[in-house]
Ligand binder design. Structure first.
Ligand code: HXC
Length: 283
């Protein structure tokens, strides 16, 4: 029984707008990325999610597939974004089983709270490797498919291809500097820079690259790992909209960037944080 669309993505989106499209997502078993993929599947896409944990990734794929009666969603575990070969193998399987890749979400990330002077070089490197190298590897492995999709979906009546699009999932930590998050802030700045270069270098081939920077989103692994319960009330007060965000709001931003409505959006960052980074403090 398909789940009600409105629970996972706004009813403003038309059913079937992503029919015959394929989404490839790293970190797809995580709270935010699975919501992004679920929304796309609700709206007609098929998908492949990859992750390190086999059981978690396969179970999430099965769960996402319930979003639509005829959905095909593959979950591939044992994929570490630090290893480009493992992503390439997943890409090949996706092409074999789903026919190609139109949209990519580079969402795999690593995070923990640590003061700079207690971070080991290996700890710093681990986050850089997962976030920056992992995003690069994801791009590298999927670029040929994105180029094919951009070419195939560009028509005279629609100059903006409905395919060949990548979204990098970043953060707002580095806009101001965030305590205990130096490693992640540096990494996310790198992810943003990578997206900007992709937008410039591959825009001429019809590929668009954008970043979504989620703020404090309720119920996510990031919030679990990074916020202390005793700080929650004060944290919420600092958000101009006075509430945590929802994963549905990240899903909606994703649908927008992959939709026809965002055909001319390239090389930008969509911050979905209720305005909170503007009031970010070091407390
Ligand atoms: C200090 C730590 C640490 C901690 C790990 N390390 N946790 N150092 N404080 N809490 C150090 C280890 O001691 C080791 O250094 C190095 O990091 C690598 O750790 P491993 O466990 O061997 O690495 P690995 O198994 O690859 O795990 C990577 C990881 C882990 C990043 C450390 O947390 C992970 O797998 N995370 C993936 C899931 C995740 O983080 N999701 C949250 C995303 S939320 P030494 O020197 O001892 O060898 C998110 C939101 C961002 O990204 C935006 C927020 C607003």
């Amino acid at each position: 029984m398909p789940l009600p669309k409105g629970d996972y993505v706004s009813d403003v989106w038309k059913d079937g707008i992503f029919a015959n499209k394929v989404v490839f997502c790293t970190g797809g078993a995580g709270t935010i990325c699975s919501a992004q993929v679920r929304a796309m599947v609700h709206l007609g896409a098929n998908a492949c999610i990859v992750g390190r944990n086999v059981e978690k990734t396969e179970n999430m794929a099965t769960d996402i597939a319930t979003a639509r009666k005829d959905a095909k969603v593959i979950g591939i575990g044992n994929v570490d974004v630090r290893n480009v070969e493992s992503i390439q193998a997943a890409v090949h399987k996706t092409i074999e089983e789903l026919g190609g890749i139109d949209y990519v979400i580079a969402g795999a990330a690593g995070n923990f709270l640590a003061p700079i002077n207690q971070l080991s070089p290996n700890a710093f490197k681990s986050v850089m490797d997962i976030d920056v190298l992992g995003s690069y590897n994801t791009l590298k492995a999927t670029l040929p498919s994105l180029a094919i999709s951009a070419k195939r979906t560009k028509t005279e009546s629609s100059p903006s291809p409905l395919g060949g699009r990548i979204i990098f999932v970043s953060a707002t930590l580095h806009y101001t500097g965030t305590p205990l998050q130096a490693h992640v802030g540096v990494a996310k700045a790198g992810v943003d820079a990578l997206s900007n270069s992709v937008a410039i270098e591959f825009g001429p081939r019809g590929i668009t690259s954008n970043v979504i920077a989620p703020g404090p989103i309720a119920g996510t692994e990031g919030m679990e790992r990074l916020s202390r319960k005793e700080d929650a009330a004060a944290g919420k007060k600092q958000i101009p909209l006075g509430r945590w965000g929802t994963v549905r709001e990240i899903a909606d931003a994703t649908v927008y960037l992959f939709s026809e409505a965002a055909g001319y959006v390239n090389g930008t960052t969509l911050v979905v944080d209720g305005g909170s980074w503007r009031t970010q403090s070091t407390n």
